[in-house]
Design a protein around this ligand. Structure first.
Ligand code: NAD
Length: 507
């Protein structure tokens, strides 16, 4: 019996469609089809692939209202937040198209001691790339890796999240609008079982965005076939407010980062550390700002609401669990609460410490916990007291000091005097360290991960006078020693000693 995924609007509970789940056989067929299609796509020049992807860029812009409409229904986010997802994807595609030919070009490298050879590195695509994506930004976290993989010459199979299946169907439909491209992309629909079937179907590379627990399962399964993986996992991003920070801006944009997308952002503001001299004032401003963010749902292009519902109903248990644990250990809620259905009003929580899940585990909800710290040192130490290492934000009016703190924070993506915005900069590679995973999306690294370097050494038959040719012939131990010493000796004395030993032995 075939299973179906029902499209449910988390804001209203309305059912607005369904899609059949892919079976293990259809998943395998998708991978096999893409493997067959791969030679046709990979042999096209980068500029030809870019020309075809330009048509897709055009489609994305033409379909903007439909895209924001589906995201609004599927996630409960505002139409403008839906458009922001598309904006990031379009911006990324445009930048990739402008840069791909330069990045993917065959490059000449030094031939070392082989003076008569010419050496090159060429980046070739992997083959079939599997993309497994989450529900919090179902478009932004699917399209950029898909488009980077395609531009680099791979064919792609996407497995979107079962929590936002309508967006998966939409992505599939968008590709059909460019028939030249649709032949090289497949979308399989379903839950974790379908994701696992995709991993087992032996794609040539897996790019997964999701939780750390799922990332570990995927890496384990991929190891069976030695399939390389890139894992973009969870985070518990720290925001540090130093004594010379612009407190109004820090409270305004810190709260924005904590509550944007209802706090369901992997790199957001998940915990805040404020030095004690500025703590009271910062808390007051953060509460004021939180109270200005209204939650609710509208299908209009311009919504009066900043926060939609929690998208995945299961997430409410996590949020409530973290809250209960924190309250039992002495935390206080200064503003915000659970509202009707899956809605919350933004919550600011104080008197928190690192014994609480709220400060250690990923909450992924509309809570901004704020902790008082003695000084900069304690802020850095607490920021690093985490299993995760995705993002961090530092607030200070002294650029040099902020840079120093940024350099000591164990997070792979740091922003100074703002929050989240670095994710939207196409040229900045984004990813994690520690339990936040590895691999990068965006920027040159985000595209080049979908290739592997191949090496070429060219020229005629070995030339007698090449140093390396001489070394390959028997009877040259002393000569080899002299060459090593003269070329690589680290002092004049070492160079001279090896040379003079050689000359003595020769005589
Ligand atoms: P999830 O791990 O539950 O699911 C992610 C995807 O993996 C889904 O498509 C799911 O169906 C699939 N999946 C589940 N089990 C699988 C298996 N055994 N094999 C293959 N695929 C499987 O994550 P989620 O709840 O959808 O997303 C939220 C998480 O994603 C949060 O932890 C968040 O921090 C993280 N995230 C990370 C980034 C980043 O760039 N680092 C970005 C956004 C979200």
């Amino acid at each position: 019996m075939t299973e179906t995924l029902i499209f449910t609007n988390p804001a209203t509970g309305d059912v607005f469609g369904e899609v059949e789940m892919s079976t293990p056989e259809t998943v395998q067929k998708a991978v096999d089809d893409m493997r067959k299609a791969f030679p046709d796509w990979s042999k096209k020049s980068v500029s030809e692939r870019s020309r075809i992807l330009r048509k897709f860029q055009q489609v994305l812009i033409e379909e903007r209202d439909e895209i924001s409409r589906v995201l609004n229904q599927d996630c409960g986010k505002s139409r403008q937040d839906g458009l922001i997802e598309l904006f990031v994807a379009v911006d990324m595609l445009a930048q990739y198209r402008w840069n791909a030919a330069k990045w993917l070009k065959r490059k000449r490298v030094s031939s070392g001691l082989y003076l008569f050879k010419r050496c090159y590195v060429e980046h070739r695509s992997h083959g079939v790339v599997a993309i497994v994506s989450p529900w919090n930004y179902p478009l932004t976290l699917s399209l950029p890796p898909m488009l980077a993989a395609l531009l680099a010459g791979n064919t792609v199979v996407l497995k979107p999240s079962e929590v936002t299946p309508a967006t998966g169907v939409l992505v599939e439909k968008l590709f059909t609008k460019v028939p030249e491209l649709a032949k090289f992309v497949r979308v399989v629909h379903g839950d974790g079982k379908v994701g696992a079937a995709l991993v087992n179907a032996r794609p040539d590379y897996i790019f997964m965005t999701g939780s750390t627990a799922t990332g570990k399962k995927i890496m384990k399964a991929a190891a069976e076939n030695l399939t390389p993986v890139a894992l973009e996992l969870g985070g518990k991003d720290a925001m540090i407010v130093l004594d010379d920070a612009d407190l109004h801006a820090a409270a305004r944009w810190g709260a924005w980062g904590a509550f944007f997308n209802t706090g369901q952002t992997c790199m957001s503001v998940e915990r805040v550390y404020v030095v004690e001299s500025k703590y009271d004032e910062f808390v007051k401003l953060a509460v004021q700002q939180a109270n200005e963010f209204k939650s609710g749902y509208s299908t209009e292009l311009d919504s009066p609401y900043f926060m939609g519902p929690v998208t995945d109903p299961r997430q409410v248990n996590v949020i409530e669990g973290h809250l209960e644990d924190a309250l039992a250990k002495g935390a206080r809620v200064l503003t915000g609460k659970k509202e009707q259905g899956l809605f919350y009003s933004p919550m600011v929580v104080v008197d928190v410490d690192h014994s609480m899940k709220l400060m250690r585990d990923e909450t992924f909800g509309p809570i901004m916990p704020i902790m008082k710290v003695r000084d900069e040192e304690e802020a850095i130490q607490l920021a690093n007291d985490s299993a995760y290492g995705l993002g961090a934000s530092i607030w200070s009016s002294d650029a040099k000091r902020a840079w120093q703190v940024a350099g000591r924070v164990e997070a792979a993506s740091v922003i100074i005097n703002d929050s989240i915005a670095q994710f939207g900069v196409p040229m900045l590679p984004f990813g994690g360290t520690k339990d936040s995973g590895f691999g990068r999306t965006h920027g040159e690294d985000g595209l080049m991960q979908f290739t592997r370097p191949y090496s070429y050494a060219t020229g005629g038959a070995p030339v007698k006078w090449d140093i390396a040719t001489i070394l390959r012939e028997n009877g040259h131990y002393n000569l080899a020693t002299a060459i090593m010493g003269v070329v690589y000796g680290t002092t004049l004395r070492q160079k001279w000693e090896t040379l003079s030993q050689f000359l003595q032995k020769k005589n």
